[in-house]
Design a binder for this molecule. Structure first.
Ligand SMILES: [Zn+2]
Length: 141
């Protein structure tokens, strides 16, 4: 069995197909039995698949990169939402959270900022619930 990557000259569709041999491929092509799975065009070109470990690794890396980019863009969307709807109190997060919790400060908006895991634990012990949100450095792509 041989796997060919087939390219449709008409619509540029690329698809993979298995053949018993290269001879069989030529035979089927002559008999006009190979057509594009998208537009049914018979103008099909083949290029042999050459799978190798390194190229597979590269593909995996690229896939993961795409996933990561996708996740990052989701986080960024979320960040924009947070920025528009919450007040950034930065390093004063624990102070501000306590002020709101104990009613010293009225806040119509929610707040966000940075806190250490120790600070978050302390807030929790006081009954102040916080939510951890993933954050992407804006300089990153
Ligand atoms: Zn096609």
């Amino acid at each position: 069995m041989i796997k060919y990557r087939l390219t449709c000259k008409k619509c540029n569709n690329i698809f993979d197909s298995w053949f018993a041999s290269s001879k069989e491929f030529e035979k089927l092509k002559k008999l006009k039995l190979i057509n594009c799975n998208k537009c049914n065009s018979l103008k099909i070109d083949k290029s042999i698949m050459s799978p190798s470990v390194s190229s597979n690794k590269k593909i995996n890396y690229e896939r993961n990169n795409i996933k990561l980019k996708h996740i990052k863009s989701k986080i960024k969307e979320f960040q924009i939402y947070i920025k528009n709807n919450f007040e950034n109190v930065g390093e004063n997060f624990t102070y501000e959270a306590r002020s709101i919790h104990y009613g010293e400060k009225e806040s119509k908006k929610g707040i966000y900022g940075s806190a250490t895991s120790k600070q978050i634990k302390e807030l929790k012990e006081e009954g102040i619930e916080t939510a951890l949100i993933p954050w992407v450095n804006e300089k990153e792509n």
